[in-house]
Write a protein of this length. Structure first.
Length: 175
């Protein structure tokens, strides 16, 4: 089914809007997958806050022109599915990495993060990136550790004094 000009404009505008607010993007070749497999991927992506869309490459190139993902233009050849991470940079990789391991025909071709291309083999490291809440938790733990150690050290001085006095008392009572 051919798209008319208005439909093409709508697709380009939609993908461009999503790309402008996305943290990372992955383009993968899906040739040979069944409709059920792609539907399963879309369901998992929706749960994780990942935008997934099959777009013609010419439309995708136009949509990505004025975004951080313009670096992906040259790699968009063949049947590609675009996935954009809306919540945190690693969410798209956390959805696509296990799917790619289950389905040999699903091949990750392009990974873009912050306007830079990454090798397709970097999907594992992108998937291991912490979520926003995990990053805040790590930051708070790092900030809390020196204060906690200082408080424990300062508390040790009176504690040692109390133990020493108790030892002297016990020694005098025993004598």
């Amino acid at each position: 089914m051919a798209l008319n000009f208005a439909q093409k404009e709508a697709i380009v505008a939609e993908v461009a809007e999503v790309a402008k607010s996305a943290y990372s993007a992955i383009a993968a070749e899906y040739r040979g997958l069944t409709v059920e497999q792609l539907t399963k991927l879309r369901v998992e992506a929706r749960k994780a806050g990942v935008y997934v869309r099959v777009v013609k490459n010419t439309l995708a190139k136009r949509a990505l022109e004025d975004t951080d993902f313009a670096c992906m233009r040259d790699g968009l050849t063949g049947p590609m599915i675009l996935a954009f991470s809306q919540d945190d940079p690693g969410s798209v990789a956390r959805v696509l990495e296990p799917f790619a391991k289950e389905h040999d025909k699903f091949q990750v071709r392009i990974i873009a993060l912050g306007g830079k291309l990454l090798a397709p083999t970097e999907i594992g490291s992108l998937a291991k990136m912490p979520t926003y809440d995990q990053a805040i938790s790590l930051l708070m733990a790092t900030m809390k550790a020196p204060v906690q150690k200082l408080a424990a050290t300062l508390n040790e001085v009176p504690g040692k004094l109390v133990r020493t006095v108790a030892a002297i008392r016990d020694a005098k009572e025993a004598a």
